[in-house]
Design a protein. Structure first.
Length: 369
């Protein structure tokens, strides 16, 4: 039997040793610096937003770089003499289809994602056998603090998806969705809900036996494997009214496709930094060799009255500096022409977790009301 429980998140071998190291991020006056000790190195760089920044060598073999991103979360890739390295002295998440470091500086005006002195829910990893892939898979599940106390209560459930190159840990590791919901529930701004986060980078084998990712398989896996497993294991609703779905980037497209193809499943849909039209199928991001999508899932938009009546909340949001803005604008025009009701938000930021945290914070306050 093959196993595919996403342990690739632990499968890296170039990790900077703790021994003899200095703090990776330091503040001096008003400025932050990234640094590490590598006395034998010839060159050290950090890459951010696909741009490589050199470090300067100082005393005792310490390399330093002024960190100019002053707030929020930012992926960083350490490289020593041309070799990419993960450092345990910075937080580690999963992005770009591998473990990745990031820097997270709190934004003074934003504390909605911070851990606070409120009742906290639980985050657990669950394993299930997938009929779709024929392998063991895993998902991450958040339950609110009251889940363990109110044994007779049935909770609504949000199926929440990550983006391309990420996996099921993203929304808790980088998105802090558990803390966001803890805070909203404590403030009575959101209904206590269960959140199921699964790996949308569904792996399968092509005709040559090569392992590839087929993002379109997630629709089938969600309906055949994930929802039945979650409903059997947890006290969650089994009706449309008690289910919602949302996702960021690739996960937003998976939400559009699944939600539009199966409108009887979800009461609300959240499209974060993403897509109504399928811009992945047939593109370089699609590992399966197939033609550009005909967007058959969008036929539901032809009947605006029906669409507007079957979804309680249809939420779309984007960062104002997002490189995919033209796709967001293109979908805007389609929805406007077809008279589709939506809640539309634009946040300051790009295609990153700073925006997606705001997306889930606002969306969570709208659903299951």
């Amino acid at each position: 039997m093959n196993y595919n429980i996403n342990e690739q998140m632990l499968g890296f071998d170039r990790v900077l040793s703790w021994e003899g190291q200095v703090p990776a991020l330091v503040k001096e006056g008003e400025h932050y610096f990234l640094q590490l000790r590598a006395p034998e190195a010839k060159k050290v760089t950090f890459t951010m937003n696909e741009e490589e920044f050199p470090c300067s060598r100082e005393e005792n073999g310490i390399w330093r770089m002024k960190y100019t991103v002053h707030a929020g979360i930012q992926y960083v890739q350490l490289k020593i003499d041309g070799v990419e390295v993960v450092t345990p002295l910075l937080p580690i998440t999963y992005g770009y289809s591998r473990p990745y470091n990031y820097v997270a500086l709190e934004i003074e005006a934003e504390d909605f994602y911070c851990i606070k002195d409120v009742p906290h829910g639980s985050v657990r990893r669950e394993y299930f056998f997938s009929k779709v892939t024929g392998e063991w898979e895993s998902c991450v599940v958040y339950t609110p603090y009251c889940y363990e106390k109110e044994k007779e209560r049935e909770f609504p459930v949000l199926y929440l998806q990550h983006g391309h190159g990420e996996n099921e840990v993203g929304w808790t590791a980088s998105g802090k969705v558990n803390f966001i919901l803890d805070n909203l529930i404590a403030e009575k701004k959101a209904v206590p809900m269960v959140v199921v986060m699964s790996n949308g980078m569904v792996q399968t084998l092509d005709g040559n036996g090569k392992r590839i990712v087929d993002f379109r398989l997630f629709e089938k896996q969600l309906l055949m494997d994930i929802i039945p497993y979650a409903e059997e294991k947890f006290r969650i609703g089994r009706t449309k009214k008690m289910r919602a779905m949302a996702g960021l980037s690739m996960g937003s497209l998976q939400t559009s496709i699944t939600g539009f193809d199966h409108p009887g499943y979800f009461s609300s849909l959240g499209i974060f930094s993403g897509f109504v039209s399928d811009m992945i199928q047939g593109s370089p991001l699609d590992m399966v060799q197939r033609e550009v999508s005909k967007n058959e899932h969008m036929k539901i938009l032809d009947d605006a009255d029906m669409f507007n009546s079957i979804f309680d909340v249809y939420f779309r949001a984007m960062g104002d500096q997002d490189p995919f803005w033209e796709h967001f604008d293109h979908d805007d025009q389609i929805l406007k022409e077809k008279r589709i009701n939506q809640i539309r938000r634009v946040y300051p930021g790009a295609h990153d977790w700073n925006v997606w945290r705001m997306c889930i914070c606002d969306f969570a306050q709208l659903i299951f009301k």
